[in-house]
Write a protein that binds this ligand. Structure first.
Ligand code: 5AD
Ligand code: SF4
Length: 421
């Protein structure tokens, strides 16, 4: 989501005659696009602002946008007096106002709903992978999560607007579309005639675009995985056989406290249905360890489900208490030390899953998306349909964005392969 926002901010400022620089000391305007999901991300913003304010030109405008801006509000100006603007994730399209009037302090952390999408310019050149938001906000009140506060209630964008974005992305260079939403599979839009559109409709329509060769979406909420969406994995070959469907914990007791779906059998049934229509599908998850009151037994259930579902490409986090959330004031908060031990144990399991899956890919042929050169410049980096990195020696012939690659070797973190001509 933040990649999308940053791309649009850059495009918007380019329309106002600015160009991008990597060098803080050269910049006339410096913008930090920020994430508030865990305390560490928020802390990083302020330490980074401390460095930037010393390195920047005196005349340069400095500001923050995104969820930390919304969380901090005017307090951000108190903490960093050099700040010129503080704009929430739904008001960063107001950024040009500060260029027109650099003498004001611009604060806007309103929840403007979908308004920003009408104001943002279309991209003139798209990256190979185009991220396209289908909704803003989230209605699931997971008790640990700050997102419903920072991004507001869930709103699905009009079907035609999302399709207009995918068509533009296809025409300007995209090959892969990744639909985005905090609750992406809950996408629902009813037009004026009463027609209901769901994520499966967006996928079907996008798959008709000849330029688009791969489609994926993130992040899915387990109980919103409806049969129309499950079945499209079986009928639409452009949809990648990979699904991010976070479970967060393997303990029904903790899931209940998280206000998450806590019926593990129902979750496993969805996974099985997906495998029935797409036997090669792999699932990824996000996990939180050390949620308030999590016992060793609860955590053992998380390890068990990670092993059982054989999740790949997963993310694991120590629970981080956030302002405006119910879990932050729950009793029996877990010590940092226990959280660290549990995180290490879970990561060991997730790494083992990843290593096993990567090894199982050896000798297989996969159609992979070209991403760029590696650090040495001698190799090319590709992304497999399962989002693994695959490293290939640079060939002496031209390559196309999608290449068939034979996997020759693997380890826990990546694959190696050869291009098949
Ligand atoms: N502490 C730790 N991890 C969190 N996440 C969301 N809120 C918190 C929190 N307070 C994680 C969840 C979510 C991912 C985007 O971030 O795992 O799926
Ligand atoms: Fe946060 Fe995701 Fe839960 Fe929504 S579904 S409240 S974004 S963790």
């Amino acid at each position: 989501m933040n990649v999308y926002d940053s791309e649009r901010i850059a495009a918007m400022l380019e329309k106002h005659g600015l160009t991008q620089t990597e060098n803080v000391a050269d910049a006339d305007i410096i913008i930090l696009n920020t994430c508030a999901v865990r305390a560490k991300a928020t802390d990083k913003v302020y330490s980074c602002l401390g460095r930037i304010r010393r390195a920047k030109k005196e005349s340069a405008l400095l500001g923050i946008v995104g969820c930390v801006a919304r969380e901090s509000g005017s307090d951000a100006f108190r903490r960093i007096p050099e700040l010129n603007f503080v704009l929430g994730p739904q008001s960063y399209h107001k950024l040009p106002e500060i260029i027109k009037n650099p003498d004001i302090k611009l604060l806007n952390i309103d929840l403007g709903g979908l308004e920003k999408f009408d104001e943002l310019p279309q991209m003139e050149k798209s990256p190979t992978v185009a991220y396209i938001p289908v909704q803003e906000g989230c209605n699931h009140c997971c008790t640990y999560c700050i997102v419903p506060y920072t991004r507001g209630r869930e709103l699905s964008r009009p079907f035609d607007d999302v399709i207009a974005d995918t068509v533009n992305a296809a025409k300007t260079g995209a090959i892969e579309i990744c639909f985005l939403g905090q609750n992406v599979n809950g996408y629902k839009y009813t037009d004026e005639k009463g027609n209901l559109f769901r994520l499966s409709d967006l996928i079907r329509e996008t798959a008709k675009l000849p330029e688009i060769l791969r489609i994926r979406f993130t992040s899915s909420y387990p109980t919103e995985m409806t049969d129309d969406l499950i079945n499209i994995f079986g009928t639409e070959p452009k949809l990648l056989p990979f699904l991010n469907m976070p479970i967060q914990s393997g303990s029904p007791r903790i899931l209940k406290k998280m206000n998450r779906p806590n019926d593990l059998d129902a979750y496993k049934t969805i996974v099985q249905k997906l495998k029935n229509v797409r036997p090669d599908i792999q699932i990824s998850s996000d996990f939180i360890v050390g949620f308030p009151d999590e016992t060793d037994e609860d955590f053992a259930e998380t390890l068990r489900i990670a092993r059982e579902i054989k999740y790949i490409n997963s993310y694991s986090f120590k629970y981080s208490p956030r302002p405006h959330t119910a879990a932050a004031i729950m009793p029996n908060q877990i010590s940092e030390q226990i959280k660290s031990v549990r995180l290490q144990q879970l990561d060991a399991q997730l790494n083992e899953n990843q290593r096993e899956f990567n090894m199982s890919c050896i000798d297989k042929e996969m159609i992979c998306l070209f991403e760029g050169n590696d650090k040495t410049g001698r190799n090319l980096v590709f992304r497999t349909p399962y989002m693994q990195q695959c490293i290939v020696e640079k060939p002496d012939h031209e390559i196309t964005p999608l290449q068939k690659i034979k996997i020759t070797d693997a380890n826990k973190s990546c694959l190696h392969g050869e291009i098949i001509k």
